[in-house]
Design a protein around this ligand. Structure first.
Ligand code: AMP
Length: 210
């Protein structure tokens, strides 16, 4: 099964994709994680991407399309995958169509802007393993430390309020048109993502059974 998880930053796509990926045995392909990894390694692609990411802007299509293409032709994607954070523009969606690897379903995560801002600005990420916590909703057992690996928790540059507002504006302008694009193809299912990640996982599983 080839799936796209579509939705604004803060919708919980990444957390839900991780759980669904484990349960269905499909690789989770997060373009955001791939770019952050490249930035951490300090390779040219990562350094360039970081400039856009820190500002809350999208990385140019020609860069990200190449990154995605190289990833989905890997052996582990043979039986399917979950795309988490791609496509984000119509051009990226059309490029994906042109790869000749047809996607089965698009799950659109929907929630209010107020919830989104609360979620993202409260988020803390483990510098070591990338696990995600939240100041109020998912507190680590020890303040500032990752439960899983003991790594230091930090707030990503793109999770400061100003960058978050920018990311939401970018979403509205560039990514939201994809909802209609996939609706017209009859591929879209909307998931109410106001609740907890566990609730969203259940809703996704129910949607995928239909
Ligand atoms: P995410 O972790 O999915 O929220 O992605 C973090 C940042 O990575 C985004 O704000 C963009 O700057 C960049 N990014 C990730 N995926 C894409 C994409 N498909 N197209 C353009 N930029 C992307």
């Amino acid at each position: 099964m080839r799936l796209i998880f579509l939705g604004p930053p803060g919708a919980g796509k990444g957390t839900v994709a991780k759980k669904v990926s484990q349960e269905l045995g499909l690789p989770q392909i997060s373009t955001g994680d791939m770019l952050r990894e490249a930035a951490k390694e300090g390779v040219p692609l990562g350094r360039k991407a970081k400039e856009y990411m820190d500002r809350g802007e999208l990385v140019p299509d020609e860069i990200i399309i190449g990154v995605l293409k190289n990833r989905i032709i890997q052996q582990d994607c043979k039986n399917g995958f979950i795309l988490d954070g791609y496509p984000r523009t119509l051009l990226q969606a059309k490029a994906l169509d042109a790869f000749g690897i047809p996607v089965d379903r698009v799950l659109h995560f929907h929630l209010s802007e107020k919830t989104l801002i609360e979620r993202i600005t409260g988020r803390l990420t483990c510098r070591n393993c990338g696990a995600i916590y939240h100041k109020k909703n998912i507190k680590p057992k020890v303040k500032g430390k990752c439960d899983a690996c003991g790594g230091v928790l930090y707030k990503r540059e793109d999770q400061e309020e100003q960058a978050v507002r920018k990311r939401l504006e970018v979403y509205r302008r560039q990514t939201r048109p994809l909802i209609v694009f996939y609706q017209k193809k009859g591929m879209l299912t909307t998931i109410d993502a106001e609740g907890t990640p566990e609730e969203s996982v259940e809703k996704v599983k129910i949607a995928l059974r239909k």
